[in-house]
Write a protein that binds this ligand. Structure first.
Ligand SMILES: [Zn+2]
Ligand SMILES: [Zn+2]
Length: 603
C-alpha cells in the first residue's frame, strides 16, 4: 500500500535528520495505547518519554513525569498529535529561551511528519466542478466518465428510500462476492477488493476505506448510507461525490475531509505492523457488519436493525455473525437478536479514543472485510412485532395502570400526540392548536383521551396545553417514559398527531394512522401525493394511512429551509383528524387493510 511506503520513507528521513541529537518523545494523542512507536525511532538516540500519567505505557524508554526536567535533557521533542500539554510545552520553551524543537509527527504540513505529503490535499467536487478543479482533474489523468461508473453504484439516499430498495448496489455487490467493486478512475477497469479499514470517531461518525489497486492505489470511502467519494493517496486528491448529506443542507466543510484522511493515516501509523500483516494475509477475509452507528433511535431502528432483520427473515443468519456493535444501542441489540453470536462490544470501560483505535486494529487483526449495514427498506413487521411483544411481556405488571387510564376500555379514541420542544423545525402554535383540536373533538368523542409523547423538556408545553384543555379529557404524560415503556404505551393509541422527526419510530412500530405536519421543505422530502392529499412515504410494511398536513406560515428568518419553524391551520388539522378517525371506525375490525388510502373510506 502506497501510504505505508510513504510512512516508511518519512521515518527514514526523520531518523537521518535527528541522528545526532538528544530526542524526547511525547505521545500526546492516543499514542499512549500504542506499541508501534519504536518502529519509527529505531536508530534515534531517545533520551526519554514524557508521560503526563505515569501509568501510561513507557514502551521501555526512560520516563519523565516532570516537563521541565524532560525539556532540559533533550534537543528535539517528537510529539504525536497535539493536546493541551503541547501548548504548555511550547509556552515553557518560549518563556525560558529553551532551544528544544517541537515536531508534530502527525501534522501533514510538518516536513518530518510521518503523514507528511509533498502534495497539497485537494478536493474535487464531482457534483459541482469549478474551473480550477477541472484543470486539476485534467492534469491528474482522472477520467470523470470512469468516476461516474463508481458514482452510479451509489444512489442518492432519497431515491433509494423512495424505491424501497434494501441496499445500494455497492453493498449488494459486496455481499454477493465478499469483495467490494469499483472502477479505476484512470482507465475505468473493474477492480475488486476485500481490503478495508474502519475509521470511526470522526466528524462523519465512521467511514470504511476500501483499498483498490489499478494504475495506482485508490480508496472508495463509504459512510453509513452512501459512498462519500474516491481518495487518491498518491496525488492527495479526494473526489467528493455528494453535495449534501442526509438531513443536512449545508455542505460538509473541506477541512473535515482533510481531518478524516489524516485520521486514517494516523491509524495506519499506529498500527503499521497490523496493517502490513493484514494486507499480506491472503486467506479469505471474513465479513464484518458494523451496527450502532446512528445516534438517532429512529434511524437506528428503521435502517440498521431492519437490515439485520432482513437477513434473519431470509434465513441468512450466517452472514450476520460476529458483528461490530458501536456505541449506540437503543433497543438492546443482544436481547433483540439472540440468533447473533459473538458480538464485538469493545473493551468495557475503554474511553472513546481507545475504543476507536481498538476498532481499527481489531478489524485488521481479525482479517475482516467491513461494511456499515444500512437498508432503505421499510421497518419490517417481524421486527416491529418483536419489539412490541418484548415490551408487553416486560410490562405486564403495568397493565392495570393502562386499564385505569382506559377506564375499563371505554376511552375512544386514544390519540398519541407528539410535542416538539426543540428550537428548530418547531410547531409554533402547538399549544393553542392542539388544545383547540382536542376540545373540538371532545364534542363528538366524549370518551377521547390523549397520551403526550416527546422529549423530557417538553414538560412545560404539556402543562400549558393541559391548562387549555377541557377538564373532562383524559390525558397521560408519557414524556418521561423509558423507551420500552413508550413502545408499550404507543401500541394502546388509535391515532396520532405528530411532527415529522425522530419520535416517529414509535408511531411506525405501532402502525397507527394519523396526521403528520412539518415545514414545506421537509414535507417535500417525505411525501407522496394522491388526489390532493399528502401522505408520509411508506414508513413500514402494511402501513396505515399517515397524512401530512402542510404548514400555513413559516419562519423565513431561518436560512436553512429544513429547520424552519412553522404554524398549522388548526381547523385544517381538526378536519384531518376527523377524517382519520372516520377511517378507523370503518375499518376497525379489518386487520388486513394494508396500505389502502383512507379517502376510499371517507366518501
Ligand atoms: Zn486503471
Ligand atoms: Zn432522519
Amino acid at each position: 500500500m502506497d501510504i505505508i511506503e510513504k510512512i516508511k520513507v518519512q521515518a527514514i528521513k526523520l531518523q537521518k535528520a535527528f541522528n545526532n541529537v538528544r530526542v524526547g518523545i511525547y505521545p500526546s494523542d492516543f499514542g499512549r495505547f500504542n506499541q508501534n512507536m519504536k518502529y519509527y525511532l529505531d536508530s534515534l538516540n531517545i533520551t526519554g518519554i514524557y508521560l503526563a500519567d505515569a501509568t501510561f505505557n513507557s514502551q521501555g524508554y526512560p520516563t519523565f513525569t516532570d516537563m521541565r526536567l524532560f525539556l532540559k535533557n533533550i534537543d528535539v521533542c517528537l510529539i504525536w498529535g497535539r493536546d493541551n500539554l503541547c501548548i504548555d510545552m511550547a509556552d515553557y520553551i518560549g518563556r525560558h529561551g529553551n532551544r528544544v524543537e517541537l515536531i508534530d509527527l502527525l501534522d501533514r504540513s510538518e516536513n518530518f511528519a510521518l503523514i507528511h505529503s509533498e502534495n497539497e490535499f485537494q478536493i474535487i467536487d464531482y457534483d459541482n466542478l469549478t474551473e480550477k478543479q477541472i484543470s486539476i482533474v485534467h492534469d491528474s489523468n482522472i477520467d470523470l466518465i470512469c468516476v461516474k461508473k463508481t458514482v452510479d453504484e451509489d444512489l442518492q439516499w432519497e431515491t433509494a428510500w423512495r424505491n424501497q430498495i434494501d441496499f445500494i448496489p455497492f453493498d449488494l455487490q459486496l455481499l454477493d462476492n465478499n469483495a467490494a467493486m469499483a472502477y479505476c478512475p484512470e482507465c475505468g477497469s473493474v477492480c475488486y477488493t476485500d481490503r478495508s479499514f474502519v475509521v470511526t470517531g470522526n466528524y462523519f461518525g465512521g467511514v470504511v476505506f476500501y483499498l483498490f489497486h489499478c494504475h495506482y492505489d485508490f480508496f472508495v470511502l463509504k459512510k453509513w448510507e452512501n459512498l462519500m467519494g474516491i481518495y487518491l493517496p498518491d496525488k492527495e486528491i479526494f473526489i467528493k461525490f455528494r453535495k449534501m448529506r442526509m438531513h443536512f443542507s449545508r455542505p460538509d466543510p473541506d477541512h473535515n475531509y482533510t481531518a478524516l484522511i489524516d485520521q486514517f493515516k494516523t491509524y495506519v501509523v499506529y498500527f503499521i505492523e497490523e496493517a502490513i500483516d493484514y494486507l499480506k494475509n491472503d486467506s479469505p477475509k471474513k465479513l464484518q457488519f458494523i451496527v450502532g452507528y446512528q445516534n438517532n433511535l429512529g434511524h437506528h431502528l428503521c435502517n440498521e436493525l431492519s437490515a439485520i432483520q432482513r437477513f434473519i427473515d431470509s434465513g441468512d443468519t450466517d452472514i450476520i455473525q460476529s458483528p461490530l456493535l458501536l456505541e449506540h444501542d437503543f433497543y438492546d441489540f443482544k436481547g433483540l437478536f439472540p440468533e447473533i453470536l459473538d458480538i464485538d462490544l469493545g473493551r468495557p470501560g475503554a474511553d472513546t479514543k481507545r475504543l476507536h483505535t481498538d476498532i481499527f486494529r481489531n478489524s485488521l487483526q481479525q482479517n475482516r472485510l467491513s461494511l456499515f449495514l444500512y437498508t432503505f427498506g421499510q421497518l419490517s413487521n417481524t421486527l416491529a412485532e418483536k419489539l412490541i411483544s418484548r415490551s408487553k411481556q416486560k410490562y405486564e405488571r403495568k397493565i392495570q395502570q393502562l386499564e385505569r387510564f382506559l377506564n375499563a376500555k371505554d376511552s375512544w379514541p386514544i390519540l398519541w400526540i407528539t410535542i416538539r420542544a426543540g428550537r428548530r423545525r418547531k410547531w409554533i402554535n402547538q399549544k393553542e392548536a392542539l388544545s383547540y383540536v382536542l376540545n373540538q373533538l371532545y364534542v363528538n368523542y366524549p370518551h377521547i383521551a390523549a397520551v403526550f409523547d416527546g422529549i423530557a423538556t417538553a414538560e412545560e408545553y404539556y402543562q400549558q396545553i393541559k391548562l387549555l384543555l377541557n377538564k373532562k379529557i383524559k390525558t397521560y404524560n408519557a414524556l418521561h417514559l423509558s423507551l420500552e415503556d413508550t413502545i408499550w404505551w404507543v401500541t394502546s393509541a388509535d391515532a396520532f398527531i405528530s411532527p415529522i422527526g425522530t419520535g416517529n419510530a414509535f408511531i411506525f412500530l405501532a402502525n397507527i394512522p394519523g396526521v403528520f405536519h412539518t415545514n414545506s421543505k421537509f414535507l417535500k422530502e417525505h411525501k407522496f401525493s394522491e388526489r390532493n392529499i399528502n401522505y408520509y412515504f411508506a414508513p413500514r410494511e402494511n402501513w396505515k394511512p399517515c397524512v401530512i398536513l402542510p404548514a400555513e406560515n413559516e419562519d423565513l428568518s431561518e436560512p436553512d429551509p429544513r429547520l424552519r419553524n412553522y404554524e398549522i391551520d388548526r381547523d385544517a388539522l381538526y378536519e384531518m383528524v376527523r377524517k382519520v378517525l372516520g377511517y378507523i371506525e370503518r375499518t376497525k375490525t379489518d386487520t388486513e387493510i394494508g396500505h389502502e388510502r383512507f379517502e376510499n373510506y371517507s366518501a
